[in-house]
Design a protein around this ligand. Structure first.
Ligand SMILES: Nc1ncnc2c1ncn2[C@@H]1O[C@H](COP(=O)(O)OP(=O)(O)OP(=O)(O)O)[C@@H](O)[C@H]1O
Length: 271
């Protein structure tokens, strides 16, 4: 059950690239114990907002607070120490290291000045046990499929950060079964009180997972609603900025990759 109070909030966020405004006065509020989808058409500003909130980009204006205290993350690492973790679409782990090394990269337990491999693997096994993952901490990461690596990336981000988790298109390259495995993990984390923000282009996934949505259009926040109160048609209208005509219910091809921009019709990922 989401709390009423803001866990992470941003107000009046501004960002320009080379004099072009890509975020204009954007407000965003995340509560503890909610999964919050950040939606909008290609180029609406979703990734830029997430990068600002997770310390990857500096904002030009606006304020940001975590548990009502102002925060100013100057890097992704600093955001993590504040409680804000991120998992990107391209899994941010190293394939040639072991599972345990990935989980404890940069913070390996030491004994007599040496990495304590035995403890690191035992800690990794215990941590992954919470996620229902029966993987061998001593195995090289590349041994495992993308969905497992994605859950390992989530486990690492949550272990480092613990309060807020951002995921930028985490299911883009996964099949239906793998998506469900990731969602199970995210629901468990929500039930533990984390606030989770997810960017996705798949509206079926939004309705299956999220409690709330915030919609960006052309760099502005155009709505933030509980999903239970928001029919799909109204959500799509909010994203597009006009009422739906019949034609709009067909998937819109993405110019670059030829992927569907939205999954309007309840189908799986479009080819
Ligand atoms: N590093 C950058 N330098 C210059 N322009 C950028 C940069 N990052 C993003 N932009 C521009 O900012 C605008 C918003 O991009 P952003 O990636 O935040 O949108 P998005 O909603 O995440 O889109 P998509 O769904 O396609 O990922 C776009 O016009 C994009 O070209």
């Amino acid at each position: 059950m989401a709390s009423e109070q803001a866990l992470l909030s941003a107000q009046g966020i501004e960002k320009s690239f080379f004099g072009v405004k890509v975020l204009e006065g954007v407000d965003f509020t995340l509560r503890a114990g909610e999964i919050h989808a950040l939606l909008g058409e290609n180029g609406a500003g979703k990734s830029t907002l997430v990068k600002i909130l997770t310390g990857a980009y500096r904002r030009d204006g606006g304020v940001m607070a975590l548990e009502r205290a102002p925060v100013e993350p100057r890097s992704v690492a600093e955001a993590q120490t504040l409680g804000i973790g991120t998992v990107y679409q391209e899994v941010n782990l190293l394939d040639n290291l072991t599972v345990a090394e990935n989980l404890y990269l940069g913070r390996q337990p030491r004994r007599f000045g040496m990495v304590d491999t035995r403890k690191m693997r035992a800690d990794a096994a215990a941590l992954l046990g919470h996620y229902g993952l029966a993987v061998d901490p001593a195995e090289t990461l590349s041994h495992y499929p993308v969905a497992v690596r994605q859950i390992i990336a989530i486990a690492r981000a949550v272990d480092l950060s613990g309060k807020v988790l951002f995921l930028d298109e985490p299911t883009a390259s996964l099949d239906v079964r793998e998506v469900e495995a990731i969602f199970t993990v995210l629901r468990q984390l929500r039930d533990r009180g984390l606030g989770i923000v997810i960017i996705t282009h798949f509206l079926d996934q939004v309705y299956a997972l999220a409690d709330r949505v915030t919609v960006l259009r052309n760099g502005r926040m155009v709505g933030s609603r509980a999903l239970a109160d928001l029919p799909r048609r109204d959500l799509v209208s909010l994203m597009l900025g006009h009422d739906l005509a019949g034609d709009d219910l067909r998937p819109v091809p993405r110019a670059a990759e030829g992927e569907a921009a939205f999954d309007f019709r309840g189908s799986a990922k479009a080819a």
